[in-house]
Design a protein around this ligand. Structure first.
Ligand code: NAD
Ligand code: UDP
Ligand code: UDP
Length: 311
């Protein structure tokens, strides 16, 4: 049993990670500033003696004693990360630096929740880890994309310079229970639209693609990566290669909900990537990992969650 720090532990992915680590009998310290996370996501854990919650902003140094660190703190949806773009960059960059400083002092292994956004609007399809990406450094998404790219740089420099054991995970679009109903991400927007009978909002013509991974599969990949041999640093893509246009996703959501929402077409936001699909050969080979949940089944679970939240 080890003591594990999860930053951003009250968020969508972080709360599922806390569940998983506690189920494996670890001692979990969840650190979160509750910018996008919520107590509701972790309320069921508050009575667990192995779970500890600390309200803290990772842009401020943190002095705790732990064996391993999962660094997930960062708003992840465009609506939230563009709300205060300077704070978003600070969270990625200063947050990574503080958590790396903590890991250095403790000689603790540290995992970074990076993102497929480091590939920007990609010219290589599907995206492989060796691709350097096409990111606009001064656009409306840059605070997130460049913040995460700089965090990766810091991780690799701490690895090279002070021998820190690092794991860099490039997460592709993930969905499932505990997504924030108002965070503007496509899966939650479409499901909420379909359940409330409001129009389903397609940005652009809906031909852009994304590949959606169910949260349980993603967390399984994350824990496997943390447990992988020290020599394996990543970066490694974790995502589901099943690729869908936003029009196809809208059809699937409507079929799952059985709703009668109309589709409305709105302008495409700035720098919106046209296509995205992970190449997961490395994850298969190095971690023995592949996603298992088909989109249709994952949508059923997610719709059931939103039905409860919206009731
Ligand atoms: P989320 O917004 O639900 O969770 C992020 C958590 O971090 C929240 O609980 C928030 O309150 C907390 N947080 C934000 N800024 C903080 C700060 N300065 N100090 C402390 N806590 C802070 O998002 P998520 O979907 O759970 O994403 C978790 C991580 O995974 C993020 O780093 C995100 O960039 C990455 N990621 C997620 C996806 C996805 O599809 N969900 C895709 C790629 C990468
Ligand atoms: N840090 C932290 N917790 C620790 C150790 C360091 O938050 O237990 C912070 C520290 O405040 C610094 C950052 O991590 O801002 C980087 O630490 P490092 O030791 O690499 O750099 P230095 O302190 O030498 O600038
Ligand atoms: N999108 C959409 N309607 C919505 C929300 C998003 O058509 O209500 C589109 C968005 O323009 C993007 C895709 O869905 O092309 C995925 O958006 P999301 O914000 O979920 O993730 P990201 O763009 O960060 O991959």
């Amino acid at each position: 049993m080890s003591k594990i720090l999860v930053t951003g532990g009250a968020g969508f992915l972080g709360s599922h990670l806390c569940d998983k680590l506690l189920s494996e009998s670890h001692d979990v310290l969840c650190v979160d500033n509750f910018f996008t996370g919520s107590k509701a996501n972790i309320r069921h854990l508050l009575d667990d003696p192995d779970f500890e919650l600390m309200r803290h902003d990772v842009t401020v140094p943190l002095y705790v004693e732990v064996d391993k660190i999962y660094n997930l703190a960062c708003p992840a949806s465009p609506v939230h990360y563009q709300h205060d773009r300077i704070q978003t960059t600070k969270t990625s960059v200063h947050g990574a630096m503080n958590m790396l400083g903590l890991a250095k002092r403790l000689k603790a292994r540290i995992l970074q929740a990076s993102t497929s956004e480091v590939y920007g609007d990609p010219e290589i399809h599907p995206q492989v880890e060796s691709y350097w990406g096409r990111v606009n450094p001064i656009g409306v998404r840059s605070c997130y994309d460049e913040g995460k790219r700089c965090a990766e740089t810091l991780f690799f420099d701490y690895h090279r310079q002070v021998g820190l054991e690092i794991k860099v995970m490039r997460i592709f679009n993930t969905y499932g229970p505990r997504m924030h109903p108002n965070d503007g991400r496509v899966v939650s927007n479409f499901i909420v639209g379909a359940l409330t009978g409001e129009p389903i909002t397609i940005y652009g013509d809906g031909s852009q693609t994304r590949s959606f991974c169910y949260v349980d599969d993603l967390i399984d990949g994350m824990v496997r990566l943390m447990g992988s041999p020290a020599a394996f640093t990543g970066p490694v893509n974790i995502g589901n290669p099943g690729e869908f246009t936003m029009l196809e996703l809208a059809e699937k959501v409507l079929a799952t909900v059985g709703g009668r929402s109309k589709l409305t077409f709105l302008p495409l936001p700035g720098d919106d990537p046209k296509q995205r699909q992970p190449d997961i050969s490395l994850a298969k080979e190095a971690l023995g990992w592949a996603p298992r949940m088909p989109l249709e089944d994952g949508l059923k679970e997610t719709v059931a969650y939103f039905r409860k939240v919206l009731a």
